[in-house]
Structures are given as structure tokens and as C-alpha cells.
Design a protein around this ligand. Structure first.
Ligand code: HEM
Ligand code: FES
Length: 351
């Protein structure tokens, strides 16, 4: 909702999400270290190795979880709240990965005759061999990408780069994940000693791939159904006009990717796309404040009659046509171009 950049403030949801995530990470690290030390009395592994593995495995699990959130939210809308604030999840993952790398450098390369960072980049050049491949460099590549994405995760960069470029940049998370999978496969997994990572890593990687395939298949099915529905287009009955409370909305799903929010503002009803232009917040769960539909997540506002953010802001949503038939509201599922003005449907409010 910005002419230039408008910062998005903290709210209770964001704080809860971050605190819960921080506690989960702290609990994982604490349990990992306690269990690993308990399993290795007399130090089969030294403390530095245990800490390095705790941070490395935590970063890997977090990255896997981040990549699962998108397809899960597409497969089941109950995962949508986890999608919200996923960027903070990414930034926290980057911090945990940096801690892993710091432990590696402080332990593996600290005693090298050259600078530890030079040693990290130059001590192993066996690129032609699988066993003994400098897998650390794959970790370096992944960490560079994670740091770039964390550094550009703020809304300022989304605005500055424009959403399509920002999105394209952030798709490199998949390259980072591939590097991490190779990093672990050519490093920890090639050690003869059995460790949980031998099972955890392939299980996570397969889950990420399987969820993406399932979400893509479902999306293709929905797209086909939506195309058929649009071809055989007809008005949809969405309920009684009196069923919408003043200032509130009902949400009408058209497909899994598209839903419409029908709001009441006094005697006037209007329909706009349900996904907020900011971060896809569910507008239909918001309410009308100061005459505008207000997003429940960060407060972006839109006029009900044309889906436009009030000046000086520039965001626009698609609008939809409504009509009334025997006290029932009917919705035309074909969206109007974003910002199209639609005459409100007049229907008396609930007595
Ligand atoms: C500068 C970057 C990095 C360096 C130098 C590095 C180095 C290492 C080294 C030397 C090991 C082997 C530890 C051992 O078992 O003895 C290791 C393991 C591992 N690394 Fe990295 N790494 C880096 C980045 C990353 C990143 C970004 C991730 C994940 C997001 C990651 C995840 C892991 C995991 C999961 C293991 C296996 C831990 C285990 O055995 O339980 N690493 N790394
Ligand atoms: S204001 Fe952020 S998602 Fe709507």
C-alpha cells in the first residue's frame, strides 16, 4: 500500500510466530546436545563437533520445513498461518547456519598455518573424487545464498526490486537446498560411522520433492476444473444477503488458488478478490474500517467499490459482479480487471 516504501509493523501474530520458532530452535539444540553427550559418555565426539552437528542439522531441518510450507499450504488451507511470516523463518535459518559454519571454521580450520577462511577455500581441491570431495565448498555456496536471501528479505527490498524480481531472486532457495543436500551427502553421509543424518537427510529431501509434486498435480487438476467452470460459466448462489454482518464478509472459494470476499458496508454489498496484494492476507477475515476493507494481517486498505487502495496508495484488486435473486446473492465467478468499478448491490442489513 505504498507510493514508495511503507514499513509493516509488528503485530501479535508475528511476535507469537517468532517466539514459538525461537523456542523450538533453542529446544532442538538443547535436546540434540544433551542426547548426543548422553550417548557418548567419555566423549566419543568432542563438544565442538556435537555443537557443529547440532547447528548444521537444525539449519537443514529448518530449510526443509521452509520448503515444505508452500506446497502444504496449497494442499491444505490449515497450513496458511505457517506460511505467514515465513521470511522470519528463513532469516532465523540463516543465523543457525552461520553458527554451524562458525563452529566448523573455529574447530576444523583454526589450527591451519594459513588464515582459517583461506584454508577453508583452498585446503582441499580433490574435485575429481567423490569420496574426499571438498563438500565444505557446497556448504559455503548454500550459506552465501541464504545470507543474500536473508539480507533482501525485508519489505523494502520487495518494493525496491519489484515482486517478480524479488520472487525470482528468492527462488534460488532451491539451489541452496540442492547444495546443502550435496554438502551432507558428500560429507557426513560418506563417513562409515552410522548417524541419524543417514536416514533424516534422504527422508527430508524426498518429503520436499513429494510435496512439491503433489501440490503441482493438485494445482493442475484445479486449473482444469476452473477452466471448465469458467467455460460453462454461470452465476453462483452464495447465500442470503442478510447473512453478512455489517462491516464483515463471507469468503467464497472459486478454486484452491482463488477466492472472493463479499463485504457488507451498511446497505451496500461488494465483492473483491480475497488475497491481499501485500502478502496474500485473507481480506475476507478483515473488516471495514474508515469505509475501506482492511486486511487483518498488516492493515493494507482497499475501497470496496473498485478494489483500489485509497490515494496515495496504488494497489488494485480484481472486483466481481453481484446480483440478487429472491433474497439470495449471486456471484459472477469471472473477475473484472483489477480496479474496475462495480455498482454496489443494495440489500438491507440484518434487522
Ligand atoms: C561455510 C559454510 C559451511 C561449512 C564450511 C560447512 C562445513 C561442514 C562440515 C565440515 C561438516 C562435517 C561435520 C562432520 O560430520 O564432521 C558439515 C556437516 C553438515 N552441515 Fe555444513 N557447512 C557449511 C554450511 C552448511 C549449511 C548452510 C547447512 C544447512 C543449511 C549445513 C548443514 C550441514 C549438516 C546437516 C551437516 C551434517 C551434520 C551431522 O552430521 O549431523 N552446512 N558441514
Ligand atoms: S496487509 Fe500484509 S497481507 Fe495484507
Amino acid at each position: 500500500m505504498s507510493v514508495a516504501y511503507t514499513p509493516v509493523g509488528w503485530n501479535a501474530n508475528k511476535i507469537f510466530y517468532d517466539v514459538a520458532l525461537g523456542l523450538a530452535v533453542a529446544a532442538y539444540l538443547w535436546i540434540f546436545m544433551a542426547v548426543a553427550e548422553g550417548m557418548a559418555p567419555g566423549a566419543r565426539f568432542d563438544d565442538a563437533t556435537i555443537e557443529m552437528r547440532a547447528y548444521g542439522s537444525c539449519a537443514f531441518l529448518m530449510l526443509s520445513a521452509i520448503l515444505c510450507i508452500g506446497p502444504l499450504a496449497r494442499l491444505d488451507t490449515r497450513f496458511l498461518p505457517v506460511l505467514y511470516n515465513r521470511r522470519h523463518f528463513g532469516v532465523m535459518t540463516c543465523f543457525v547456519a552461520i553458527m554451524h559454519a562458525r563452529h566448523v571454521i573455529a574447530w576444523y580450520f583454526a589450527f591451519s598455518p594459513v588464515d582459517p577462511y583461506v584454508a577453508l577455500l583452498s585446503s582441499n581441491t580433490s574435485f575429481a573424487r567423490l569420496a574426499g570431495f571438498p563438500f565444505e565448498l557446497l556448504g559455503v555456496a548454500a550459506l552465501l545464498v541464504l545470507t543474500l536471501l536473508a539480507a533482501t528479505s525485508h519489505d523494502f527490498w520487495l518494493n525496491f526490486l519489484t515482486p517478480p524480481r524479488w520472487k525470482a531472486l528468492h527462488m534460488s532457495i532451491y539451489a541452496a537446498y540442492a547444495c546443502v543436500v550435496a554438502h551432507v551427502s558428500l560429507g557426513a553421509l560418506l563417513t562409515p560411522q552410522w548417524q541419524a543424518m543417514h536416514v533424516v537427510m534422504p527422508a527430508c529431501a524426498l518429503t520436499v520433492v513429494a510435496l512439491h509434486l503433489a501440490a503441482a498435480a493438485r494445482q493442475a487438476r484445479l486449473d482444469r476444473t476452473a477452466t471448465m467452470a469458467n467455460e460453462a460459466v454461470g452465476w453462483i448462489d452464495v447465500g442470503e444477503a442478510s447473512g453478512i454482518a455489517d462491516g464483515r464478509a463471507i469468503i467464497v472459494p472459486l478454486s484452491d488458488a482463488e477466492s472472493v470476499a463479499i463485504f457488507r458496508n451498511g446497505d451496500a454489498l461488494g465483492a473483491i478478490a480475497n488475497a491481499c496484494r501485500h502478502q496474500n492476507g485473507p481480506l475476507g477475515e478483515g473488516r471495514i474500517i474508515d469505509g475501506c476493507v482492511t486486511c487483518p494481517w498488516h492493515g493494507f486498505q482497499y475501497r470496496l467499490e473498485d478494489g483500489c487502495a485509497p490515494p496515495p496508495y496504488t494497489e488494485k484488486l480484481a472486483t466481481y459482479n453481484l446480483r440478487s435473486a429472491n433474497g439470495w446473492i449471486q456471484l459472477d465467478p469471472r473477475p473484472n480487471p483489477p480496479g474496475t468499478r462495480v455498482e454496489p448491490l443494495h440489500a438491507p442489513a440484518r434487522p
